[in-house]
Design a protein around this ligand. Sequence first.
Ligand code: TRP
Length: 367
Amino acid sequence: MKNIILTGDRPTGRLHLGHYVGSLKERVRIQNEEDYAYLLVMIADTQALTDNYGNPMKVRDNVLEVLLDYLSVGLDPQKTIFFIQSQVSALPELTAYYMNLVSLPRVLRNPTVKNEIKERGFDSEKEGIPVGFATYPISQAADITAFKANIVPVGDDQLPMIEQAREIVKAFNNTYKEVLVMPEAVIPQNEKSRRLPGIDGNAKMSKSLGNCIYLTDDAKTLKEKINKMYTDPLHININDPGHIEGNIVFTYLDVFATNAHFKKYLPEYKDLEELKAHYQKGGLGDAKIKKFLYDILEETLEPIRIKRKEYEENMDKLLEILKDGCTKANELANSTLKEVKDAMGISYFADKNFLDEQKLKYSKKEN
Ligand code: TRP
Protein backbone atom coordinates (compact mmCIF):
# COMPACT_ATOMS: atom_id res chain seq x y z
CA MET A 1 0.00 0.00 0.00
CA LYS A 2 1.28 3.41 -0.94
CA ASN A 3 1.47 6.15 1.66
CA ILE A 4 -1.30 8.62 2.20
CA ILE A 5 0.12 11.76 3.73
CA LEU A 6 -1.97 14.46 5.34
CA THR A 7 -1.10 17.64 7.10
CA GLY A 8 -2.56 21.10 7.62
CA ASP A 9 -2.50 24.50 9.24
CA ARG A 10 -4.99 26.82 10.84
CA PRO A 11 -5.59 29.87 8.67
CA THR A 12 -5.05 32.50 11.32
CA GLY A 13 -2.18 34.43 9.81
CA ARG A 14 0.55 34.39 7.24
CA LEU A 15 3.10 31.64 7.61
CA HIS A 16 6.54 32.47 8.93
CA LEU A 17 10.08 31.13 8.93
CA GLY A 18 9.23 28.84 11.85
CA HIS A 19 6.57 27.16 9.70
CA TYR A 20 9.03 27.01 6.82
CA VAL A 21 11.76 25.08 8.63
CA GLY A 22 9.38 23.21 10.92
CA SER A 23 7.07 21.85 8.25
CA LEU A 24 6.77 23.52 4.84
CA LYS A 25 10.26 22.62 3.67
CA GLU A 26 9.72 19.00 4.63
CA ARG A 27 6.38 18.93 2.80
CA VAL A 28 8.03 20.15 -0.38
CA ARG A 29 10.70 17.50 0.00
CA ILE A 30 8.08 14.79 0.47
CA GLN A 31 6.10 16.10 -2.49
CA ASN A 32 9.10 15.98 -4.79
CA GLU A 33 11.02 12.98 -3.53
CA GLU A 34 8.72 10.45 -1.95
CA ASP A 35 6.35 7.90 -3.24
CA TYR A 36 2.71 8.32 -2.20
CA ALA A 37 -0.83 7.72 -3.30
CA TYR A 38 -2.03 11.11 -2.05
CA LEU A 39 -0.45 14.11 -0.44
CA LEU A 40 -3.15 16.23 1.17
CA VAL A 41 -2.72 19.66 2.73
CA MET A 42 -5.71 20.95 4.64
CA ILE A 43 -6.56 24.53 5.52
CA ALA A 44 -8.04 23.94 8.96
CA ASP A 45 -10.62 26.73 9.12
CA THR A 46 -13.07 24.75 11.26
CA GLN A 47 -10.35 24.16 13.81
CA ALA A 48 -9.27 27.80 13.65
CA LEU A 49 -12.83 28.81 14.49
CA THR A 50 -12.71 26.84 17.77
CA ASP A 51 -10.68 29.62 19.32
CA ASN A 52 -11.56 32.43 16.92
CA TYR A 53 -15.32 31.99 17.05
CA GLY A 54 -15.70 35.69 17.79
CA ASN A 55 -13.55 36.68 14.84
CA PRO A 56 -14.64 34.69 11.78
CA MET A 57 -13.32 37.38 9.43
CA LYS A 58 -9.79 36.67 10.57
CA VAL A 59 -10.14 33.03 9.54
CA ARG A 60 -11.89 33.84 6.26
CA ASP A 61 -9.23 36.43 5.42
CA ASN A 62 -6.41 33.97 5.84
CA VAL A 63 -7.65 31.06 3.74
CA LEU A 64 -6.13 32.31 0.49
CA GLU A 65 -3.12 33.81 2.31
CA VAL A 66 -2.17 30.39 3.61
CA LEU A 67 -2.69 28.82 0.20
CA LEU A 68 -0.43 31.53 -1.28
CA ASP A 69 2.22 30.66 1.30
CA TYR A 70 1.97 26.97 0.37
CA LEU A 71 2.29 27.65 -3.33
CA SER A 72 5.09 30.15 -2.88
CA VAL A 73 7.36 27.65 -1.11
CA GLY A 74 6.92 25.18 -3.96
CA LEU A 75 3.96 23.01 -3.08
CA ASP A 76 2.43 22.17 -6.41
CA PRO A 77 -1.31 21.70 -7.04
CA GLN A 78 -0.48 19.06 -9.65
CA LYS A 79 1.00 16.90 -6.94
CA THR A 80 -0.63 18.07 -3.73
CA ILE A 81 -4.33 18.19 -2.93
CA PHE A 82 -5.19 21.45 -1.15
CA PHE A 83 -8.57 21.63 0.52
CA ILE A 84 -10.57 23.55 3.11
CA GLN A 85 -11.69 21.65 6.18
CA SER A 86 -15.16 23.22 6.41
CA GLN A 87 -16.03 22.19 2.86
CA VAL A 88 -15.77 18.49 3.59
CA SER A 89 -18.92 17.59 5.48
CA ALA A 90 -17.82 14.03 6.17
CA LEU A 91 -15.36 15.50 8.70
CA PRO A 92 -17.88 16.81 11.25
CA GLU A 93 -19.94 13.66 10.69
CA LEU A 94 -17.03 11.43 11.58
CA THR A 95 -16.24 13.70 14.52
CA ALA A 96 -19.73 13.16 15.90
CA TYR A 97 -19.26 9.38 15.87
CA TYR A 98 -15.74 9.51 17.27
CA MET A 99 -16.92 11.62 20.20
CA ASN A 100 -18.46 8.50 21.69
CA LEU A 101 -15.10 6.76 21.65
CA VAL A 102 -13.33 9.32 23.86
CA SER A 103 -14.02 10.14 27.49
CA LEU A 104 -14.29 13.63 28.90
CA PRO A 105 -11.27 13.27 31.22
CA ARG A 106 -9.23 11.97 28.28
CA VAL A 107 -10.06 15.06 26.25
CA LEU A 108 -9.07 17.38 29.07
CA ARG A 109 -5.77 15.57 29.62
CA ASN A 110 -4.37 16.58 26.23
CA PRO A 111 -1.22 18.59 27.08
CA THR A 112 -1.34 20.77 23.95
CA VAL A 113 -4.97 21.69 24.54
CA LYS A 114 -4.23 22.37 28.23
CA ASN A 115 -1.41 24.66 27.22
CA GLU A 116 -3.52 26.48 24.66
CA ILE A 117 -6.32 26.94 27.19
CA LYS A 118 -3.80 28.62 29.48
CA GLU A 119 -2.37 30.75 26.65
CA ARG A 120 -5.79 31.87 25.49
CA GLY A 121 -6.91 32.63 29.04
CA PHE A 122 -10.22 30.82 28.45
CA ASP A 123 -10.79 29.80 32.01
CA SER A 124 -11.61 33.26 33.22
CA GLU A 125 -14.70 33.57 35.40
CA LYS A 126 -17.13 34.74 32.76
CA GLU A 127 -15.91 32.83 29.73
CA GLY A 128 -15.60 29.07 29.93
CA ILE A 129 -13.77 26.81 27.52
CA PRO A 130 -15.80 26.25 24.35
CA VAL A 131 -16.67 22.56 24.00
CA GLY A 132 -15.54 22.71 20.38
CA PHE A 133 -12.15 23.89 21.49
CA ALA A 134 -11.67 21.26 24.16
CA THR A 135 -12.64 18.55 21.69
CA TYR A 136 -10.82 19.71 18.57
CA PRO A 137 -8.35 16.82 18.80
CA ILE A 138 -11.29 14.51 18.09
CA SER A 139 -12.10 16.52 15.00
CA GLN A 140 -8.44 16.33 14.05
CA ALA A 141 -8.68 12.54 14.28
CA ALA A 142 -11.49 12.80 11.75
CA ASP A 143 -9.28 14.93 9.46
CA ILE A 144 -6.63 12.27 9.50
CA THR A 145 -8.73 9.10 9.34
CA ALA A 146 -11.17 10.39 6.72
CA PHE A 147 -8.39 10.10 4.17
CA LYS A 148 -6.87 6.94 5.69
CA ALA A 149 -3.67 8.89 6.12
CA ASN A 150 -0.91 6.71 7.51
CA ILE A 151 1.66 9.50 7.68
CA VAL A 152 1.10 12.88 9.32
CA PRO A 153 4.07 15.27 9.17
CA VAL A 154 3.68 17.75 12.03
CA GLY A 155 5.50 19.83 14.59
CA ASP A 156 6.20 18.20 17.93
CA ASP A 157 3.38 20.16 19.60
CA GLN A 158 1.02 18.03 17.51
CA LEU A 159 2.15 14.68 18.90
CA PRO A 160 -0.70 14.57 21.46
CA MET A 161 -3.17 15.01 18.57
CA ILE A 162 -1.77 12.07 16.69
CA GLU A 163 -1.79 10.03 19.89
CA GLN A 164 -5.47 10.87 20.34
CA ALA A 165 -6.18 9.91 16.74
CA ARG A 166 -4.40 6.58 17.25
CA GLU A 167 -6.52 5.82 20.29
CA ILE A 168 -9.66 6.59 18.32
CA VAL A 169 -8.58 4.35 15.45
CA LYS A 170 -7.93 1.52 17.87
CA ALA A 171 -11.23 2.02 19.67
CA PHE A 172 -13.19 2.23 16.43
CA ASN A 173 -11.59 -0.80 14.85
CA ASN A 174 -12.06 -2.84 18.05
CA THR A 175 -15.65 -1.76 18.57
CA TYR A 176 -16.86 -2.09 14.99
CA LYS A 177 -14.65 -3.32 12.21
CA GLU A 178 -11.11 -2.83 10.93
CA VAL A 179 -11.92 0.22 8.80
CA LEU A 180 -9.60 2.99 9.97
CA VAL A 181 -5.89 3.23 9.26
CA MET A 182 -3.43 3.77 12.11
CA PRO A 183 -1.62 7.11 11.55
CA GLU A 184 2.01 7.79 12.32
CA ALA A 185 3.36 11.24 13.20
CA VAL A 186 6.54 12.34 11.47
CA ILE A 187 8.41 15.24 13.04
CA PRO A 188 11.43 17.07 11.55
CA GLN A 189 14.58 14.96 11.80
CA ASN A 190 16.78 17.93 12.48
CA GLU A 191 16.00 18.73 16.09
CA LYS A 192 16.99 22.36 15.66
CA SER A 193 14.33 22.79 12.98
CA ARG A 194 11.54 21.66 15.25
CA ARG A 195 11.11 24.96 16.96
CA LEU A 196 12.69 28.06 15.54
CA PRO A 197 12.89 30.76 18.25
CA GLY A 198 11.55 34.26 17.65
CA ILE A 199 13.91 37.10 16.75
CA ASP A 200 13.55 38.34 20.36
CA GLY A 201 14.95 35.11 21.76
CA ASN A 202 11.58 33.75 22.85
CA ALA A 203 11.51 29.96 22.44
CA LYS A 204 8.69 30.16 19.91
CA MET A 205 8.20 32.25 16.80
CA SER A 206 4.61 33.32 17.09
CA LYS A 207 2.38 35.94 15.59
CA SER A 208 0.95 36.91 18.96
CA LEU A 209 4.45 37.57 20.31
CA GLY A 210 5.32 39.81 17.34
CA ASN A 211 8.69 38.11 16.88
CA CYS A 212 8.27 36.54 13.44
CA ILE A 213 10.04 36.73 10.14
CA TYR A 214 7.26 36.20 7.59
CA LEU A 215 7.71 34.50 4.24
CA THR A 216 6.25 37.69 2.79
CA ASP A 217 8.75 40.06 4.45
CA ASP A 218 10.63 42.11 1.88
CA ALA A 219 14.42 42.45 1.88
CA LYS A 220 14.34 45.70 3.83
CA THR A 221 12.08 44.30 6.55
CA LEU A 222 14.21 41.19 6.74
CA LYS A 223 17.32 43.30 7.26
CA GLU A 224 15.65 45.36 9.98
CA LYS A 225 14.47 42.27 11.81
CA ILE A 226 17.86 40.62 11.70
CA ASN A 227 19.46 43.81 12.97
CA LYS A 228 17.08 43.75 15.93
CA MET A 229 17.84 40.11 16.61
CA TYR A 230 18.83 39.07 20.09
CA THR A 231 22.50 38.01 20.29
CA ASP A 232 24.73 38.06 23.37
CA PRO A 233 24.27 40.85 25.92
CA LEU A 234 27.78 40.23 27.26
CA HIS A 235 29.39 40.74 23.88
CA ILE A 236 29.66 44.51 24.05
CA ASN A 237 32.98 45.22 22.39
CA ILE A 238 34.12 43.32 19.35
CA ASN A 239 37.04 41.86 21.25
CA ASP A 240 34.93 40.52 24.13
CA PRO A 241 34.51 36.77 24.07
CA GLY A 242 31.04 35.99 22.67
CA HIS A 243 28.51 33.35 23.67
CA ILE A 244 26.81 30.99 21.25
CA GLU A 245 24.32 29.47 23.66
CA GLY A 246 21.02 31.36 23.45
CA ASN A 247 22.45 33.61 20.74
CA ILE A 248 19.62 33.65 18.24
CA VAL A 249 21.76 34.53 15.23
CA PHE A 250 23.75 31.35 15.79
CA THR A 251 20.59 29.35 16.42
CA TYR A 252 19.38 30.46 13.00
CA LEU A 253 22.76 29.79 11.41
CA ASP A 254 22.60 26.28 12.88
CA VAL A 255 19.37 25.74 11.01
CA PHE A 256 20.11 27.52 7.74
CA ALA A 257 23.85 27.84 7.06
CA THR A 258 25.48 25.33 4.75
CA ASN A 259 29.11 25.08 3.72
CA ALA A 260 28.06 26.35 0.31
CA HIS A 261 26.81 29.52 2.00
CA PHE A 262 30.24 29.98 3.56
CA LYS A 263 31.92 29.61 0.19
CA LYS A 264 29.58 32.13 -1.34
CA TYR A 265 29.23 34.78 1.36
CA LEU A 266 31.93 34.26 3.97
CA PRO A 267 34.84 32.43 2.33
CA GLU A 268 37.29 33.41 5.04
CA TYR A 269 35.63 30.77 7.23
CA LYS A 270 35.44 27.11 6.32
CA ASP A 271 32.26 26.32 8.21
CA LEU A 272 30.03 27.18 11.13
CA GLU A 273 32.37 25.58 13.66
CA GLU A 274 35.14 27.93 12.64
CA LEU A 275 32.85 30.95 12.80
CA LYS A 276 31.59 29.95 16.24
CA ALA A 277 35.13 29.44 17.52
CA HIS A 278 36.12 32.92 16.40
CA TYR A 279 33.06 34.46 18.01
CA GLN A 280 33.73 32.70 21.28
CA LYS A 281 37.34 33.74 21.29
CA GLY A 282 36.47 37.39 20.65
CA GLY A 283 37.20 39.66 17.72
CA LEU A 284 34.15 38.87 15.64
CA GLY A 285 31.36 41.46 15.66
CA ASP A 286 27.61 40.92 15.55
CA ALA A 287 27.31 43.01 12.37
CA LYS A 288 29.28 40.45 10.41
CA ILE A 289 27.33 37.40 11.53
CA LYS A 290 24.08 39.29 11.01
CA LYS A 291 25.06 40.23 7.48
CA PHE A 292 25.87 36.58 6.79
CA LEU A 293 22.51 35.47 8.16
CA TYR A 294 20.81 38.15 6.08
CA ASP A 295 22.49 36.89 2.90
CA ILE A 296 21.38 33.34 3.62
CA LEU A 297 17.78 34.21 4.50
CA GLU A 298 17.45 36.59 1.58
CA GLU A 299 18.62 33.80 -0.72
CA THR A 300 15.93 31.59 0.85
CA LEU A 301 13.09 34.10 0.83
CA GLU A 302 13.61 35.83 -2.51
CA PRO A 303 12.40 32.98 -4.72
CA ILE A 304 9.46 32.45 -2.35
CA ARG A 305 8.49 36.11 -2.73
CA ILE A 306 8.74 35.95 -6.51
CA LYS A 307 6.57 32.86 -6.75
CA ARG A 308 4.00 34.35 -4.38
CA LYS A 309 3.75 37.44 -6.55
CA GLU A 310 2.95 35.30 -9.61
CA TYR A 311 0.09 33.62 -7.82
CA GLU A 312 -1.11 36.86 -6.21
CA GLU A 313 -1.73 38.15 -9.70
CA ASN A 314 -3.94 35.20 -10.46
CA MET A 315 -6.47 34.97 -7.65
CA ASP A 316 -9.07 33.16 -9.77
CA LYS A 317 -6.64 30.32 -10.15
CA LEU A 318 -6.31 30.07 -6.36
CA LEU A 319 -10.00 29.50 -5.87
CA GLU A 320 -10.00 26.91 -8.63
CA ILE A 321 -7.14 25.04 -6.98
CA LEU A 322 -9.11 24.87 -3.74
CA LYS A 323 -12.34 23.90 -5.48
CA ASP A 324 -10.68 21.02 -7.29
CA GLY A 325 -8.95 19.98 -4.08
CA CYS A 326 -12.23 20.03 -2.16
CA THR A 327 -13.92 17.89 -4.81
CA LYS A 328 -11.19 15.29 -4.53
CA ALA A 329 -11.14 15.49 -0.72
CA ASN A 330 -14.92 15.01 -0.58
CA GLU A 331 -14.67 11.91 -2.76
CA LEU A 332 -12.07 10.34 -0.52
CA ALA A 333 -13.70 11.31 2.77
CA ASN A 334 -17.20 10.27 1.70
CA SER A 335 -15.90 6.88 0.78
CA THR A 336 -14.44 6.43 4.28
CA LEU A 337 -17.60 7.81 5.87
CA LYS A 338 -19.62 5.20 4.04
CA GLU A 339 -17.38 2.43 5.34
CA VAL A 340 -17.60 3.85 8.85
CA LYS A 341 -21.38 4.00 8.78
CA ASP A 342 -21.59 0.51 7.29
CA ALA A 343 -19.36 -0.78 10.08
CA MET A 344 -21.51 0.94 12.69
CA GLY A 345 -24.65 -0.54 11.17
CA ILE A 346 -26.24 2.83 10.47
CA SER A 347 -26.38 2.75 6.67
CA TYR A 348 -30.09 1.95 6.90
CA PHE A 349 -31.15 2.62 3.33
CA ALA A 350 -28.24 0.95 1.58
CA ASP A 351 -28.25 -2.02 3.94
CA LYS A 352 -30.41 -4.82 2.59
CA ASN A 353 -30.23 -6.73 5.85
CA PHE A 354 -31.69 -3.90 7.85
CA LEU A 355 -35.28 -4.29 6.72
CA ASP A 356 -35.04 -8.06 6.57
CA GLU A 357 -33.86 -8.18 10.18
CA GLN A 358 -36.75 -6.05 11.31
CA LYS A 359 -39.24 -8.07 9.29
CA LEU A 360 -37.87 -11.28 10.74
CA LYS A 361 -38.32 -9.91 14.24
CA TYR A 362 -42.02 -9.38 13.54
CA SER A 363 -42.61 -12.59 11.67
CA LYS A 364 -41.15 -14.46 14.67
CA LYS A 365 -43.56 -12.63 16.96
CA GLU A 366 -46.54 -13.68 14.88
CA ASN A 367 -45.67 -17.38 15.06
N1 TRP B 1 -3.68 21.34 14.64
C1 TRP B 1 -2.89 21.69 13.50
C2 TRP B 1 -2.19 23.01 13.83
O1 TRP B 1 -2.63 23.74 14.70
C3 TRP B 1 -3.70 21.86 12.25
C4 TRP B 1 -4.41 20.60 11.84
C5 TRP B 1 -5.75 20.38 11.83
C6 TRP B 1 -3.79 19.38 11.39
N2 TRP B 1 -6.04 19.13 11.41
C7 TRP B 1 -4.88 18.49 11.13
C8 TRP B 1 -2.48 18.96 11.21
C9 TRP B 1 -4.63 17.19 10.70
C10 TRP B 1 -2.25 17.66 10.77
C11 TRP B 1 -3.32 16.77 10.53
O2 TRP B 1 -1.21 23.32 13.20
